[in-house]
Ligand binder design. Structure first.
Ligand code: NAD
Ligand code: UDP
Ligand code: UDP
Length: 317
């Protein structure tokens, strides 16, 4: 039962990079927001500015354990996203994805809440088709060092669709492609944060492999808009739906762009390519365009400007 006009919205992983932006946006939209996080890879610093808001609540909780509360909508983001973090305790990573999904789906079933899963382009693995459409089943190594994340997220998708088929839950599955912006972790090893931090410190910029591998980079505000539109969609819109920026860049191009924008004396150096590193990744966002009337608005240089400003401040703090 809901006695107030405000929706009660829960964000698991709400103290992380994406989760903190989502909490902020949901508060702006007039919701009561519950941020659930165990601070595995997130930090209070990301949400400290929200703590004084009476419509914001923070709960330290690990989603691999059951959670009994009353709620209208659930955004399930809890899971470390960067290889450095998710490979640090790979068993916990799979548990978070799989047991976390079971618990949050059980909660959604009991409360009849809508539930959105933050899935990932990693479900496509090292793709053999390009760009990736939602009906591509993927090319994933089940026993490699990325598997705890990739297979955990794939299993979570399976659970979402089985709860939909078996219990008619209102599910929304979003496959997120590389997203960047303020509040990325400075030391999480992701390419955008690494390159910006290295350029700001005047250190060598570390290109893995020859830098010809490609990625497409979505600015965080665009992604959050996609999340909200997906959550507001009709019951029959379940996804999976790709949310990302289709503009593709080589890693070398990204390094050169960041170096030009930051200035300084850094050199580009080559390092070995990590195991199972996908060579190409680009979303086909036709479904998001047609179903949600969504497409990214923020160009790479504009988003990088804001991200560089954030890290500049972080490093001088
Ligand atoms: P992040 O690491 O900054 O945030 C994840 C949050 O989940 C952290 O605050 C962490 O403490 C919390 N968490 C981890 N395990 C938990 C547990 N067992 N119980 C409760 N909280 C837990 O990562 P992010 O970039 O903000 O990613 C958020 C979500 O989006 C993740 O599910 C990730 O897989 C997905 N995603 C992100 C990207 C991206 O480019 N950032 C791409 C694809 C998918
Ligand atoms: N669960 C939860 N909160 C709830 C309801 C369920 O955390 O409000 C958890 C509970 O631990 C359960 C899981 O979600 O194991 C799956 O719930 P479901 O009702 O689907 O299955 P069952 O209880 O029959 O195992
Ligand atoms: N990468 C790089 N230098 C770095 C960090 C990453 O060249 O300092 C490369 C990495 O090998 C990959 C790409 O940049 O090809 C994107 O890496 P990231 O970890 O950000 O994301 P993902 O591989 O999950 O898309």
């Amino acid at each position: 039962m809901r006695v107030s006009n405000r929706k009660r919205v829960m964000v698991t992983g709400g103290a992380g990079f994406l989760g903190s932006h989502l909490c902020e946006r949901l508060l702006k939209e007039g919701n009561d927001v519950l941020c659930v996080d165990n601070f595995y890879s997130g930090t209070k610093d990301n949400i400290v500015h929200l703590l004084g808001n009476p419509h914001f609540e923070l709960m330290r909780h690990d989603v691999t354990f059951p959670l009994y509360i009353e709620i209208d909508e659930i955004y399930n983001l809890a899971c470390p996203a960067s290889p450095v973090h998710y490979q640090w305790d790979p068993v916990q990573t799979t548990k978070t994805s799989v047991l976390g999904a079971i618990n949050m789906l059980g909660l959604a079933k009991r409360t009849k809440a809508k539930i959105l899963q933050a899935s990932t382009s990693e479900v496509y693995g090292d793709p053999e088709v390009h760009p990736q459409k939602e009906d591509y089943w993927g090319h994933v190594n089940p026993i490699g060092i990325r598997s705890c994340y990739d297979e955990g997220k794939r299993c979570a998708e399976t659970l979402f669709f089985d709860y939909y088929r078996q219990h008619d839950l209102d599910i929304k599955v979003v496959r997120i492609f590389n997203t960047y912006g303020p509040r990325m972790h400075p030391n999480d090893g992701r390419v955008v944060s690494n390159f910006i931090v290295q350029a700001l410190r005047g250190e060598d910029i570390t290109i893995y492999g020859d830098g010809s591998q490609t990625r497409s980079f979505c600015y965080v505000d665009d992604l959050i808009e996609g999340f909200l539109r997906m959550m507001a969609s009709d019951h029959e819109v379940t996804g999976p739906i790709n949310i990302g920026n289709p503009k593709e860049f080589t890693i070398r191009q990204l390094a050169e762009t960041i170096l030009k924008m930051v200035g300084g004396q850094s050199s580009l150096i080559l390092k070995p390519l990590p195991q199972d590193d996908p060579k190409q990744r680009q979303p086909d966002i036709t479904v998001a365009r047609n179903t949600l009337a969504w497409e990214p608005q923020v160009a790479l240089e504009e988003g990088l400007q804001k991200t560089i400003a954030y890290f500049r401040e972080c490093l001088t703090r």
